[in-house]
Structure formats: C-alpha cells, structure tokens
Design a protein around this ligand. Sequence first.
Ligand code: ATP
Ligand code: MG
Length: 468
Amino acid sequence: MLKKLFKSFRTPIRRGNTSHSTPQVLNSSQHPIERGEISRYAISVVERLQQAGYQTYLVGGCVRDLLLDLDPKDFDVATSATPEQVRAEFRNARVIGRRFKLVHVHFGREIIEVATFRANHPEGEEDENSNLSSRNESGRILRDNVYGSLEDDAQRRDFTINALYYDPSTERILDYANGVHDIRNHLIRLIGDPTQRYQEDPVRMLRAVRFAAKLDFDIEKHSAAPIYKLAPLLGEIPAARLFDEVLKLFLAGYAIYTYELLVDYGLFGQLFPASAEALKNNPDYTDLLIRNALDNTDQRIHQGKTVTPAFLLAALLWPALPARVIKLQDRGMPPIPAMQEAAHELISEQCQRIAVPKRFTMPIREIWDMQERLPRRSGKRADTLLENPRFRAGYDFLLLRESAGEETGGLGDWWTRYQDISDSERRTMIRDLSNKDEAPGAPRKRKRSNSKRKRGPASDTPGSAADE
Ligand code: ATP
Ligand code: MG
C-alpha cells in the first residue's frame, strides 16, 4: 500500500516541529500525489475560489488516501471563504447543515464538499443558543460554526492523518500535525487531548475504528486508551447521525475487522445493544452469524456488487430475537405472534439508537418473515415463494443461518435444488415432501391437537420458532 509513497518521497520527513503555526511543507518532488489523480471538479472548485482571492485547499481523506495510493471516496475542500461567499461563486452550490454548516457544489452526480476554515471554540465562551458555537454539559460540541484561519482549521480536525492540505496549483502539501509521519507509521492519532476530543464529538471514536480498519493502521496508544471508558458517550449522539456512521462502518469493505475493533473497544454494544447481549448469552452462534454476514458483505463490495443494508441489519439483529420470543411465549403468547411482536419490539428499540429508515426496516421484517415461510412448501406454496421479490434475500438469509450452525433439516439444500430443476422435477420434490409428511424442515400437517409441542424458539434459534 505504501509502496508508491516510499518510492516517491525523496526527502525524509521527521516528526519535529509541533508548533502548529509552521507546517511542514512537501513540494511536488517530495510526495507522490499527481494532479491527474484528482477529480477535475474538485480542482476547478479550488482554483475558482483561489482566483476569487480565498485561501483554498483539498483536505482530509482525499489527501490521506492519495498518499496511500488508495482511491479517495470523495474530495473535500477547505477554504477561507464563508459558506455564503462560496455559494456566491457557483451556480450549482447549496449551503447545508446546522451543527456544521458547509457548501455542496454539485457536478451531475458528483458533489464537492466545501467547508470554511474552523477555529476551536474556547470552552466556557459559547452560548447554548448561539448559532455559531455551543457545547452541552459533557463537552460535546453542538454547533461548530466558528470560523478561523488555516492554522486553526488544522488543529480542530480529528486525526493527524486527516489534517493534510494539498494545493493543486502549487502541488504542495501542508502538514500541520505531523500527519505524514503518522501515515508512514500506520498510526491513527487524535490531534490534541484525546479525552477532550472524544468528549467534544464522541463519533470520533467510531471514526478512529473505521480508519484503523480501512487503512489497517493501529490506533496510537493515547488515542486508544480512553475509548472503552468513553464509549457510552455515543448514547448522546442523534440516532440519525449514528445510522450514517454505521453504514460507513460496515459498507466500506472492511466490515469484519471493523466489527472486531468495535467489540474490543466496547463500541459495538453502544450501537447494537440487543446484539451485544446475544453475543454474551450465545457467543459462538451469534459471533459466527455476524461474521459470516459481514464477510459476505465485504466480498460483495470487493467484487463491486451492491449490498443492501437491510440484509446486514437483519443479520446483526437476528440472534437477539430468540430470547425475546421466549419471553413472550412464557407470557402465554403463541409462537407466530410472539415472533412478530419480538421482531417489532427489537426493531423499534434499535431505531432509538440508530435511526434505521423505514425503507430498510420493512425489508428486515420481510427477510425475517420469509424465514417462517421457507419451510412451508406444500402445494403451490414453494412456487409462490419463488416469485416473491424477497425470495432471494430470504433464501440467502436461510443459508447464512445454516452457515452459523442453525439446524434446519437441510432446508437450504432443498431450496438450492428446487431453483435449479425443471417443473416436473419440482412437482416430484413437492410430492416427496407430502409423502414424507414430516420431511426435514417441512411444515407439519395442520392437525388439531391439544398436546403441547416442544418446538419453537426454545430450541434457541428464531427460525425454529417460525416453522410451527
Ligand atoms: P472518508 O471520506 O474516506 O470517509 P474523510 O477523512 O474524508 O474520510 P469525511 O467524513 O469526509 O472523512 O471528513 C472530511 C474531513 O473532515 C476529515 O478528514 C477530517 O479532517 C474532518 N472531519 C470529519 N469529521 C470530523 C469530526 N467529527 N471531527 C473533526 N474533524 C472531522
Ligand atoms: Mg471525505
């Protein structure tokens, strides 16, 4: 990964001057970034603002990723122009955000994000109701709209590796926080006092983990130390912001490693309390199911395939269902309503932590409902299921459950075969089912019986509740 970086750096960069007013400057022969690797829209935004007299740079993830020979996800611009001044320069620009105001400049589907240089706001000098700056009692910054100089801006960025500024006109990099040194040493290091910086914005703990997983860097020890203790501060973060972060954490192609770090740092339970509980109560099954789901996601992302967050969320929450189903059944609720109610409760609770939009919660329910229906295949049911738009997700989910050791009586194999064969062979498979009557994973014939059945969620996986 660093091959290109080391080949191209001709001058050794020493970790030295910590004074933030004098950056280390790398000219074009001292770093590997080439203008051709940068979005032309990003360059045009920078040049336009520079021509209008504003100091302007590319900053953040794009500079970091280009130094590491990775494809930047997006290009962020930092400038001395205020949001209103930026908007005035472009026809296609919109000011967005309240907590953190910035400008989106649109070029078709590409958006260049332009932020005005920010300054740290001294504690105690802000006002709860101020539009510019405010904090709550635990030090969290509620609004961050105090503008400052380039030097100020560098100090309020999260990690040293994210505080590098690249000027496409001179092709120079300005490094105010020894970010290049940390890139070379594979370190995620917060700028400033770690505890204070996490208190200001607890999401930085998630970002530390995300970058550690994505870049395969270590979190530097002082930046790592307070995370476990401060993890509960995530409870203060608005659920909608956490949902966005969760998607970034799990959809970047490094979800398994991210998950391991989240668990190690005590962050996973803050995001998915019910799943963390299931990890405690049924560790092997829960861990394997989650890992298999994340592995699947990572592979699809690396193959350039689409991933639906609903499938992933359905998997993360599934191991938390049985305990709830059992509780409801113990209160006398029959298995299927208990399953429905447990699913409803679990999703509502989860949404209080992480605001999962309806367009994802609906398919989660559908994927789970499908688990109840997949064992019922007699008559025309199997063919009806095959035509259901959620069949594929439901079937994949069944295979995922089996991969984690759930016993379904060979239901996954049955469906795999059924999809592959001709109509007449399908009829035979269905006939075989009714001949066997109690075929593996098959529904029982409806018989009125008073005898209490011993199946259901007590058998410790939610799907088994479903095949009653
Ligand atoms: P990527 O886009 O690859 O996820 P990034 O580092 O560009 O990574 P963004 O969320 O796009 O991350 O943010 C752009 C830059 O803004 C960051 O590099 C960092 O300098 C700054 N930044 C973002 N979020 C925070 C934060 N919570 N606290 C301080 N600085 C932040
Ligand atoms: Mg970015």
